[in-house]
Design a protein around this ligand. Sequence first.
Ligand code: DX5
Ligand code: ZN
Length: 223
Amino acid sequence: MKKLLSASLMCADLINLGDSIKKLEEAGIEYLHIDIMDGAFVPNITLGFDLINAIKEVTDIPLDIHMMVNAPSNLIGRMKLGKDDIICVHYESDVHIHRTLTQIRDLGCKAGIAINPQTPPESIEFLADSIDMALVMTVNPGFAGQKIFAGADRKTAKMRRLLDEWGHPEIPIEVDGNISPANGKMLCKNGADIFVLGTSSLFMKDKSIKQAAEDFRKMLTEE
Ligand code: DX5
Ligand code: ZN
């Protein structure tokens, strides 16, 4: 499966977001990863719906919406998205998560399920027919600049094995949190397909976005 880069906008230059998006387009980034946080499911608040709808107006890069909110089903209708956009909700955030995933697909978007570090990959067995992506959180959600949790490699590999066993080799695995080049390579070897790139590999003081993206892709392909 093709390896794709998803730029974490919460780590971009938020004062010059339009300029950052242009640079991400020039770098050939395949998704814009937009973290929505409600201050309850995670102790942080980030980007909101007006900004998301404004971003959608100015770029053709598909959006990879990561909803770290309680009761996401109340909120998914607030975004004007299309068939190439992903809305990813947390397994731990909704007692009727299967219904919410169905609602996302009914909106015409791709549906993703995210699992926190402590949530076993087996948990999503009966959701596998209702998703287009599985997001394995490699840090506890909510903040950039954290460190990957021990076991993220084994968990990613197990997620890949299970999805294949459940008859879904086509479902990509996204990894999100401290995806440095080295962690990216390790996770790629363990089955990751989509890499959420933030402060660990893309938005860096000493490197342009284009160069950082090129370096990350090169690292993925090197033996
Ligand atoms: C964490 C966020 C991420 C990511 C940011 O909840 O979803 O977007 O951690 O990137 P890093 O971890 O590299 O700063
Ligand atoms: Zn995220």
